[in-house]
Design a protein around this ligand. Structure first.
Ligand SMILES: [Zn+2]
Length: 255
């Protein structure tokens, strides 16, 4: 499509009023929404409208998609691009929503291997597909500050895949940040992996020790949900994610 036509369509879409009903979905199903500044809420509204209009949404395994599902998912994903106005996960094409945990018949997940037929909450696939279990989307969105949010996790994989590979190399832009992230994420992934082998308790979920791709996704969940804890326990990870996301979730951290 011609770029100007695309831009004109977006401008028209964003000039319409954001429905009150959609605002209520966000207030109910996205815990940081109430703490966001008005300008940030308005940017979330932009993400919601663009993602709903431009991505292909499908209800799977008999699920009928509702506005609440689309708004909730798009709103939570919008947190990741809050600091990058005008970017709406361009490589992502399709969002699949399931009524329950997903049984994947394929064996390769973003960055890691999952066993055949293992039930999972969601996945992000190279090539522009995200699949999500609706009950898990809801739980993650309604319960903040626990470091678990499925939408943030899977959409972090999408950001990671912008360079064509989901391997734990998010788009930092600046070369020194890329280098620092590569170093710290390798180190922290190994530490988590070792801690999980020894059954030691860690601030970040042991799943982050699977590989650097999962480390980035898990660190992202905690950056947005437990920013102070991440800063305390992993200051360099926090500092680098602050540079990446260009937004400071400590501002809306109720704790
Ligand atoms: Zn993952």
């Amino acid at each position: 499509m011609f770029r100007w036509l695309h831009e004109r369509r977006r401008r028209r879409l964003l000039s319409t009023a954001f429905p009150d009903r959609w605002r209520r979905f966000l207030a109910r199903n996205m815990w940081p929404y109430q703490y966001l500044a008005e300008s940030q809420q308005s940017r979330i509204h932009d993400s919601v409208r663009i993602l709903i209009a431009e991505k292909n949404w499908e209800g799977c395994a008999g699920l009928t998609l509702s506005d609440e599902m689309r708004v909730t998912i798009a709103g939570q994903a919008g947190l990741l691009v809050l600091g990058h106005p005008g970017f709406y996960f361009e490589r992502l094409q399709t969002i699949l929503v399931f009524p329950d945990t997903i049984i994947h018949r394929k064996s390769v997940q973003a960055g890691g291997i999952i066993k055949q037929d293992q039930p999972i909450s969601g996945a992000a696939w190279q090539g522009g597909i995200v699949s999500l279990s609706w009950p898990d989307v809801l739980t993650g969105g309604q319960h903040g500050a626990d470091g678990h949010n499925l939408v943030l996790h899977e959409f972090a994989h999408v950001l990671d895949g912008i360079d064509g590979e989901m391997c734990g190399s998010p788009p930092f832009g600046k070369r020194d940040l890329v280098r620092r992230w590569a170093k710290v994420s390798r180190l922290e992934t190994d530490r988590l992996h070792t801690a999980s082998l020894h059954g030691q308790r860690t601030f970040l979920d042991h799943y982050g020790g699977t590989n650097e791709s999962e480390f980035f996704a898990v660190a992202t969940e905690n950056f947005f949900e437990r920013p102070r804890g991440l800063d305390e326990n992993h200051p360099e990870v926090f500092e680098l994610l602050l540079a990446l996301y260009q937004v400071d979730p400590r501002d809306w951290d109720a704790k």
